[in-house]
Design a protein around this ligand. Structure first.
Ligand code: ADP
Ligand code: MG
Length: 563
């Protein structure tokens, strides 16, 4: 006997709301239905393992197929009885949906639809949906549920040989583009490629008589045991690198990685890779993929992990990150905070461990790690506290020092009249060659600070280190350090000097004229008698303002001239 009913919902017709709110993301219907099929299969496996299901499990592959009007998702999982359809489809799922839409209807940016609204997301693309299902239970009667996008549905007995569920979507006119092999393939690859049960779409092809033809073998689109769910002890370096190439084909090898595996007080697995970042951090941002029980959720973890960690690559998988809420909500969620802190700690642990156990390797990787570590130190106080122990400074001879080591090295020789420690640095070792030589002649150390974030890192160090000032090697303040009587004077009279000054200044780009001072003093044997310098303060202000907002490269203008 067919049963007619009304889906347990109070509002007039909730489908238009679902369609509207989920519109921007309506491709997720496939993820929802395939993950339901996988859930149903996993449940059956669990029942079998505890002895509640005694039948043959058989082949548990989930099949996705399509024709000119429909998309079908079939599984051989637990299936549903009539009562279960009533409970899980007619009532529970939908009351959840109503509450959900009510709660977040003003939040357009919300990531919605992950849990609770799952099955009903099929109505975003369908004019009619059918469920044909047979429970694994002894003597279960196969049932067919059908609903055409209004709150009315029909439920009737039907024929079905095999245990499990078929979901049949009658795709509506606006969404016909989903009835396409490449389209479905790309969605399955995006959302389902690491699901834990085999998913078949079409047949494997082979090259025969000049063209590709279908074989009898199912085309399985997923890897049921992706690297992050495997035991770290079973993984070789090659496995990690291969997985990295899987995630980001054709990219440079990662520097190293962290395999995360936490059970308490939250669940988190994943692999984070440190990429080689030599310049332009913006290009490396936001590549981490977020999964929930191996279902792809998003490839933007902004707001979920601290900003600087978005420079890492890889996969995070946590069922404890609430996914059906907005990013602003995520930022205040306690679980998310704990997860963030945990990741930050693990990242610091890994770096510190490498620094302590294999300093040569750490130094070798420093140039590629530097931007990441600096960014972390600048943006997260907690990370600064950890990283100050292993962050390195590099001098013009390519030697590396920790902050403490560098202090010890320079303390004796590089103080000014007020007792400040003066750290000399260069932003361009070629252009500032003569100044560097002059400083080296005096046995002063010169640091290389030519990175994208160095100007900010310098400010931070000046705040953190007592009585320490950074002075660029060609800046006017170097006079404080280099004693005047060492400098050989050039004998020019005032008129000659003025004439020369005017000549040089007229050759400088307009914007820099005011910043520069033309002097006629040599710093030492190796330098030339005429120098253009500018004040440390003026130049640094200019660099910083050029870098605001967005931290892009600052201008390529030369900062000093050596004539
Ligand atoms: P959720 O998956 O978060 O529970 P859904 O709306 O996706 O929410 O599904 C609602 C319920 O419908 C599921 O919890 C499950 O009980 C049932 N269900 C959906 N799809 C299937 C399926 N393929 N096989 C068995 N049960 C299913
Ligand atoms: Mg679901």
């Amino acid at each position: 006997m067919a049963k007619q009913g009304n889906i347990g919902v109070t509002s007039e017709n909730i489908f238009p709301i679902i369609k509207k709110f989920l519109y921007s993301d309506h491709e997720i219907f496939l993820r929802e239905l395939v993950s339901n099929a996988v859930d149903a299969t996993q449940k059956l496996k669990t029942l079998a393992s505890v002895g509640e299901f005694k039948g043959e499990l058989g082949d548990l592959t989930v099949h996705v197929s399509f024709d000119s009007d429909t998309i079908k998702i079939s599984d051989r999982g637990i299936g549903m009885t009539a009562e279960e359809i009533d409970k899980y489809i007619n009532q529970i799922a939908f009351s959840g949906a109503e509450e959900f839409v009510e709660k977040y209807k003003n939040d357009a940016a919300a990531i919605i639809g992950h849990f609770g609204l799952g099955f009903y997301s099929s109505f975003m693309v369908s004019k009619k949906v059918e469920i044909v299902t047979k429970s694994y239970k002894e003597g279960a009667v196969p049932m067919k549920w059908s609903c055409d996008g209004t709150p009315e549905y029909t439920l009737e007995e039907t024929e079905k040989e095999d245990r499990g569920t078929d979901i049949i979507l009658y795709i509506d006119d606006e969404n016909k583009d989903f009835l396409n092999k490449d389209k479905i393939n790309s969605l399955l690859t995006k959302y389902c490629r690491y699901l834990p049960v085999p998913i078949a779409f079409g047949k494997k092809q082979e090259w025969k008589d000049g063209k590709y033809v279908d074989t009898d073998e199912d085309n399985i689109i997923n890897d049921i045991q992706p690297a992050w769910v495997r035991k770290p002890t079973d993984m070789t370096d090659e496995d990690y690198k291969k997985f990295y190439q899987d995630l980001y084909p054709m990219s440079d090898e990662p520097l190293f990685w962290i395999h995360l595996n936490v059970d308490y007080p939250f669940h988190l697995t994943g692999i984070l890779y440190f990429p080689r970042i030599k310049s332009n951090i913006d290009l490396h941002r936001n590549k981490i993929q977020l999964y929930s029980n191996q279902v792809f959720v998003t490839d933007s973890v902004e707001g979920i992990v601290p900003e600087f960690l978005t420079l890492l690559h890889g996969v995070l998988d946590s069922p404890d990150i609430p996914l059906n809420v907005s990013r602003s909500y995520l930022q205040s969620d306690q679980n998310v905070k704990k997860i963030s802190n945990h990741i930050m700690k693990k990242v610091a642990d890994r770096l510190e461990e490498m620094f302590k156990n294999d300093r040569p390797q750490f130094e070798e990787k420093w140039d590629s790690l530097k931007l990441f570590i600096q960014y972390g130190m600048l943006s997260e106080e907690k990370f600064y506290d950890r990283a100050a122990k292993f962050a390195l400074l590099k001098d013009v001879d390519g030697k590396y020092y920790t902050f403490e080591e560098y202090k010890a090295l320079t303390e004796a020789n590089q103080t000014d009249k007020e007792g400040n420690l003066i750290y000399l640095y260069t932003t361009n070792a070629n252009d500032q060659y003569s100044y560097i030589q002059a400083a080296k002649d005096k046995a002063y150390s010169v640091l290389i600070m030519d990175g994208q974030l160095d100007v900010h890192a310098i400010s931070q160090m000046e705040q953190k280190f007592e009585k320490t000032r950074f002075v660029r090697v060609d800046s006017d303040t170097i006079d404080n350090l280099i004693r005047k009587d060492d400098v050989s004077k050039v004998t020019l009279n005032e008129d000659e000097k003025n004439a020369l000054q005017e000549m040089f200044k007229s050759q400088l780009p307009k914007i820099e004229k005011t910043d520069f001072i033309v002097t006629f003093e040599a710093l030492g044997e190796s330098s030339n008698p005429v120098m253009l310098t500018q004040s440390e303060y003026m130049r640094r202000m200019r660099e910083m303002s050029a870098m605001q907002p967005g931290m892009s490269f600052y201008g390529e203008l030369p900062d000093s001239y050596n004539l």
